[in-house]
Ligand binder design. Sequence first.
Ligand code: AMP
Length: 435
Amino acid sequence: MIKRMKGTYDITDDIGYYQTIEKHIQKISKLFGYQEIRTPHFESRDLFHRSVGADSDIISKETYDFKDRGNRMNTLRPEGTAGVVRALIENKLYAQPTVPQKLYYYGSMFRYERPQKGRFREFRQFGAEAFGSAHPSLDAEVIAYAFTVLRALKIKDVNVHLNTLGDGQSQTAYKDALKAHFKPHITTLCQDCQTRYETNPLRILDCKVDQGHAAMKTAPKTTEHLTSEAQKHFEDVQAYLDAMNIPYTVDHNLVRGLDYYTHTVFEVKVSEQLLGAQNAICGGGRYNDLVASLDGPVTPAVGFAFGVERLVVALKANNTPVEAPYLHAYFIILGAKPRLKAMALLQRLRLGGLMCDMDYMEKAIKGQFKQTEHKQARFVMVLGDEEVDNETIEVKDQKLNDRFSVSFNDLYITLVDKLTTSTTDCHDCDHKGEK
Ligand code: AMP
């Protein structure tokens, strides 16, 4: 038997959680004025080397790289920002009249990581990117957007961890200070950190292996090396968050693993009770230099990415109700002539927006009734020769425990009438009266 690849999984029973998340993402994205963008699942390997950074963990250890039959080097996308930036430049989206350009994406990402709880090799991210404004109010909007998604999903105990890396000048000064600080400890740091010391000392602070090292606690803070402009930007972001009532904690050790961040970086964490140690559900920040470094025009930008699998775990731990399978109507079929009629009636009801189904297994009547329970049908109808001859059918309303007879001609309007006037659970159908 062929099995799924390590680190991947099939979404079966949990599909309702994914659909609930996707529905809220679409809704909240519209509220904030973000348009969906869909980019390819694979891109040229160079794109990720030049954006995420060749010596980052993601690129040096985790990408799925493959040569295609035309000898091109491809990489399955490990994150969403690089592809969106490439699309912005290639399609000249930055020149569109609506500014800033606000985009969001949803889809699979691929990283060759050691699979463990909350970490997969194919996982989904929902992310947003806003291009064209360096204003701190846009940083705050992006954070508010991420926060509002969690609120819509009714996930509580959300904490925004906020830091700044400052502009280029601040970062150069900070990196020098970090190097001076870690120099006496260099031989006691892990092998990766010894490399990071040379390539990007900021990443030492992000190291999972050296997290407990004594020198980590005494490391200099980004905020001690900010230019006055960078300091002002950080203060303004906080003022806008305060104005929006978004709770946050300034966390000086937050640096984030990717190369391209400038100024604001943030992570949204939910309580460890919900997610355990992997409780960072969303990460993001400002990246003012990335578009230009990929040969686009100078375009400041800010964005975030959510891990969708972690959202699912949080929803489950939170007992958030999701939509269960449901049908408006189900036909029980007794014979060939009724089957023909049922097909015609089903099509009419479905065109009118009713979710309905019938037996296709030629089961005995008892077995067909069992199906109406499994499928959670509101109206159940038995269709035999007599009903076909009389063009009338008896409908059982499972919800109100009621029965009524109706002609085939009036069936659709009668069912819609019942659905829109009764007060039952709200289901996602066109008949919005059903509450
Ligand atoms: P990153 O792109 O590394 O900043 O990750 C953004 C978010 O994606 C994280 O906060 C996680 O929620 C999620 N994430 C990252 N890597 C994985 C993975 N291997 N499996 C599942 N979710 C992940």
